[in-house]
Design a protein around this ligand. Structure first.
Ligand SMILES: [Zn+2]
Ligand SMILES: [Zn+2]
Length: 176
């Protein structure tokens, strides 16, 4: 999928890509994606990149640990693609200060999968849930509370969730 930066004509280049990538760098290339990406040369090795990408991946529910399919629909991409250079040099050129995000490429080649992967990661929730109403696992017996009612008595830990916890603390000393 990589191509040479010299292959980008002055009027720009639009690519339709469909492939798979290793989204979470787990060593397995299992996430299919589709992307439309336009590259426009802006001189000095800079490229403005915009387009969109969609993919379907598997996430683990943070509450019940169930694996579920998650779709990233047409995530918009819009960033500057700049040659990888030491940070000081970037500052000198005034890069990385603009409104746009910055992605990097190395040498004379651009590998779209690298920034597509990063753009997709931006579309994944920090705390994924398989459904907004997921009841999660029972903290006592580990049962999936979406499927079963285990009947465990879950006591609210004093001071954490009960709004009366504070009251109890105040009242107690008077009783004793
Ligand atoms: Zn869940
Ligand atoms: Zn339980």
């Amino acid at each position: 999928m990589a191509f040479k930066i010299n292959d980008i004509p002055p009027e720009g280049l639009t690519l339709e890509l469909a492939d798979k990538l290793d989204l979470f760098e787990e060593g397995s290339v299992t996430t299919p994606f589709k992307a439309t990406v336009t590259f426009k040369a802006e001189g000095a090795g800079l490229f403005h990149v915009h387009g969109n990408v969609e993919a379907t991946t598997e996430l683990e529910c943070s509450r019940c640990l169930k694996r579920f399919s998650f779709s990233i629909k047409e995530a918009a991409m819009d960033f500057e693609l700049v040659p990888e250079r030491p940070r000081e040099q970037l500052a000198e050129h005034g890069l990385g200060k603009g409104e746009l995000d910055t992605e990097f490429y190395r040498g004379e080649e651009i590998e779209p999968k690298e920034f597509i992967r990063e753009q997709l990661l931006l579309g994944i929730p920090m705390v994924p849930v398989h459904s907004p109403g997921c009841k999660g696992l029972c903290p006592k017996c580990g049962a999936d509370r979406n499927d079963t009612t285990c009947g465990c008595q879950i006591e609210t830990i004093e001071g954490e969730t009960s709004p009366f916890a504070v009251l109890k603390k105040i009242i107690k000393p008077e009783k004793e």
